[in-house]
Design a protein around this ligand. Structure first.
Ligand code: ZN
Length: 387
């Protein structure tokens, strides 16, 4: 029984020659014909529910890991998918324009209509693939080994196994040791379990900017973890010096990314603390996890806070009043279009073509009530943003 971890195969590689049989609901082939996605004995594709398949694509767009995929090496370079056919069929179907996902503006987008950078992000994603080679009973044994008492090994546990050596041993001694006195402090910012290697995973994720496999591979034989430790401590020290109070919503935030983006900027911790407390007390803030990045970024990007929006009854009522007045004056029911000089000057938009806007911005103290609501066409609402 031979197993090889492949970290060089991309979504694009798999999608080369991707064939999907609509009739049978099966992803058939990929990897330029070398890969059989759905061998006879596999169940049919069940992810096409508009949720699981969409989640696979959103994961790729956000750079989240898709998890481990297992290939079985059969004969003369041919491969079969042992585990992962649902995920593979999902991105294969998406890349071949079989279904769409909603973008940040709620518009349905097929792969072919995505911006080229988003297309590239999907296609260039490297997958974590185990190639197993052996008899059927050996492969079954392998699966039993990696599934301890029904709890499958997570990505980091598998990576530790694959890249075992002095570097992993030192890393575990520092980050996977529940006796380490620092764990409690770190636990304020990191979620997950020390025993399941999730603190080590976080430290590696930060220092490698998300390329844990590559990083572990190139440091496998190192006899120190100085860089890993120094970087991790820089992030933690930065967070704890900018934010004096520890809030439960700080756990599990992307501190590595926030550190990279904001650590060169000066902050006044007392001022930051006051602002955080104010936002915690604000009933309009729905996403408290977004408060920290909002403040770091200069308190402008209200999207991070998911500020409570106007309800449908309010929108409809304002829409009707605005549209009646606009009809009487023969001008557009979008007040900003009405000010313009193009064809939209007299356009009456449908309710579905408009969005509700705070006349006085929420960030300037404007309330989310009917008196402070106006309907704008989607273009003008987006242009106005959340300022
Ligand atoms: Zn408009």
């Amino acid at each position: 029984m031979k197993t090889t971890l492949r970290i060089d195969i991309t979504v694009k590689d798999i999608c080369e020659g991707f064939v999907y049989n609509e009739l049978e609901g099966k992803g058939l082939f990929g990897l330029s014909g070398k890969l059989t996605i759905q061998p006879e004995y596999q169940r049919n594709y069940i992810y096409a529910d508009g949720k699981k398949d969409v989640a696979v694509i959103q994961s790729l767009l956000k750079g989240y890991p898709l998890g481990l995929i297992y290939f079985n090496k059969v004969s003369d370079g041919k491969l079969e998918v042992l585990d992962g056919q649902q995920r593979i069929t999902s991105f294969g179907r998406f890349v071949t324009d079989k279904f769409a996902v909603k973008d940040e503006n709620g518009m349905e987008q097929y792969f072919g209509g995505l911006a080229t950078d988003k297309q590239a992000r999907i296609l260039e994603t490297k997958l974590l693939i185990y190639e197993c080679e052996g008899t059927e009973s050996e492969i079954k044994e392998w699966f039993r080994t990696i599934n301890i008492a029904g709890v499958p090994l997570n990505n980091q546990e598998l990576l530790n196994a694959v890249y075992s050596g002095p570097f992993v041993t030192l890393g575990k001694a520092e980050f996977s040791n529940s006796q380490n006195a620092n764990i409690q402090k770190w636990g304020a910012y990191i979620s997950g379990s020390v025993n399941r290697q999730e603190f080590l995973e976080c430290a590696l994720d930060w220092v490698s900017k998300g390329n844990i496999g590559d990083y572990m591979s190139s440091h496998r034989h190192d006899t120190n973890i100085t860089e890993l430790k120094t970087y991790f401590n820089s992030v933690i020290d930065w967070v704890s010096s900018v934010f004096k109070d520890v809030e439960s919503e700080m756990r599990g935030l992307e501190w590595g990314r926030l550190y990279e983006t904001y650590h060169a900027q000066p902050y006044d911790p007392a001022k930051v603390s006051k602002e955080i407390q104010k936002l915690y007390g604000d009933p309009y803030v729905k996403n408290r996890k977004g408060i920290f990045e909002y403040v770091l970024g200069g308190s402008t990007d209200t999207k991070l806070l998911d500020v409570r929006v106007f309800d449908d009854a309010t929108k409809r009522s304002v829409y009707e009043t605005q549209t009646a007045a606009a009809n009487a004056k023969s001008e557009s029911n979008c007040p900003l279009c009405a000010l313009g000089h193009d064809a939209n000057k007299t356009k009456i938009w449908k309710l579905a073509e408009m969005d509700a806007d705070h006349v006085t911005a929420w960030s300037k103290g404007g309330a989310t009530d009917i008196k402070n609501c106006q309907m704008l066409c989607k273009t003008h609402n987006r242009a106005k943003g959340n300022k």
